[in-house]
Write a protein that binds this ligand. Structure first.
Ligand code: PMP
Length: 284
C-alpha cells in the first residue's frame, strides 16, 4: 500500500514523509492523537473528536490550538485521495521540534501535525459476530488517562500479554474495579442495568462511549456509572467494549470464564445496531 498522507500542511506519499529525530513526539511521546471512524466514505462524530483533541492539547499546555475547519478539510481530502470507504483517519499532533530538553520548547515552536488513513472492516467482522475474550491485569498507567496521549506503551504491553496468553484483549483493574480496556471502554449488563465507570482522570472518555450512552437512553436502558469489579463482570448477563474502531463489540469470556452462555448478548447486539444506525445518520 502506498497511501497519500498529510504532514504539516502538505500531502505526500507515505514513503516520502519525513519527521525530524528531534520531534518531541519521538523523544518524549509529547503528542496527542485522535482516531475518527469512516463509514461509506463519511466521518463519524468528527466534532466530538475535535472537542476532545482541544481538551487533550490544553491539558498538556500546548501553546497553540488547531483550526477544526482546517482539520476537517484535510481529513476529507485524505478520504478522497485514498478512496477510503471504511476505516479510520488517524490524527497525531506533537509539541514540535526542539533541542532535547525536559522543559517545554519556546511558545512559538510549530506543532507537528500528521494524519493518515487506514482501511478496516468495521461493520462486518468476526469479533462483532462471535464476541471476544478478555484477560485482566493491573492498571499500571499514569493517573491522567483522560488525556489522549501517544504514550501507549503500557496498553500495548497489556494487549501483547493478552495475545500471548491466547486472549483477544485485556481489561485493566485499579483498586479492584475494572477501569477500561487497552484501547476501549469496558461495560457490563447485569439485571437489566448497564454498568460502566465514571469518566474521570483514570479513563479516556470515549467518543463512542458518549454516543452509546445516548443510544442506551433511546433504547430505554438504565445506566449506572458506579463501576464494576471483576466478580461483577464474571457474573454479568452480558459484557462489551466500545471504541471508534470496535463500535459495540461483545465480550463473551473473561479470564477463561464464560459470560452467561458464552454467546454475544442480545442487548449488546441491539446497542451495536442502534449505534451504527445513528452514526450513519449523522456522518459527514
Ligand atoms: N479507552 C482507551 C484507553 C482508548 O485508547 C480508547 C480508544 N482510543 C477508548 C477508551 C475509546 O475511545 P473512542 O470511543 O473515542 O475510540
Amino acid at each position: 500500500m502506498n497511501r497519500i498522507i498529510y504532514l504539516n500542511g502538505e500531502f505526500c506519499s507515505e514513503t516520502d514523509a519525513k519527521i525530524s529525530i528531534f520531534d518531541r513526539s519521538f523523544l518524549f511521546s509529547d503528542s496527542v492523537y485522535e482516531v475518527t471512524t469512516v463509514l461509506n466514505g463519511k466521518m463519524i462524530d468528527f466534532d466530538n473528536h475535535m472537542k476532545r483533541l482541544d481538551r487533550s492539547m490544553s491539558e498538556l499546555k500546548f501553546s497553540k490550538m488547531l483550526d477544526h475547519e482546517l482539520i476537517k478539510k484535510f481529513h476529507k481530502d485524505l478520504i478522497l485521495k485514498n478512496n477510503l470507504k471504511e476505516g479510520i483517519i488517524y490524527l497525531h499532533v506533537s509539541r514540535g521540534v526542539a533541542d532535547r530538553s525536559f522543559n517545554f520548547p519556546p511558545k512559538e515552536t510549530d506543532l507537528t501535525v500528521v494524519a493518515f488513513s487506514q482501511e478496516k472492516n468495521l461493520i462486518e467482522n468476526k469479533e462483532s459476530k462471535n464476541g471476544i475474550s478478555i484477560m485482566t491485569l493491573e492498571d499500571k498507567r499514569w493517573k491522567r488517562c483522560d488525556i489522549k496521549t501517544t504514550q501507549l506503551l503500557y496498553p500495548s504491553f497489556a494487549k501483547a500479554e493478552a495475545y500471548e496468553k491466547g486472549f483477544d484483549d485485556a481489561w485493566m483493574l485499579r483498586d479492584g474495579y475494572i477501569s477500561e480496556g487497552t484501547s476501549n471502554n469496558a461495560w457490563i449488563i447485569k439485571s437489566g442495568k448497564i454498568l460502566t465507570r465514571q469518566a474521570d482522570d483514570l479513563i479516556l472518555n470515549g467518543i463512542t462511549r458518549q454516543s452509546v450512552i445516548n443510544c442506551a437512553k433511546i433504547l430505554g436502558y438504565n445506566i449506572s456509572y458506579k463501576g464494576f469489579t471483576l466478580t461483577d463482570a464474571i457474573s454479568a448477563d452480558e459484557a462489551f467494549i466500545t471504541s471508534a474502531t470496535t463500535f459495540v463489540t461483545p465480550v463473551v469470556n473473561i479470564n477463561g470464564k464464560k459470560i452467561s452462555t458464552g454467546k454475544p448478548g442480545e442487548f449488546t447486539g441491539k446497542l451495536r445496531e442502534e449505534y451504527i444506525k445513528n452514526s450513519l445518520k449523522t456522518a459527514i
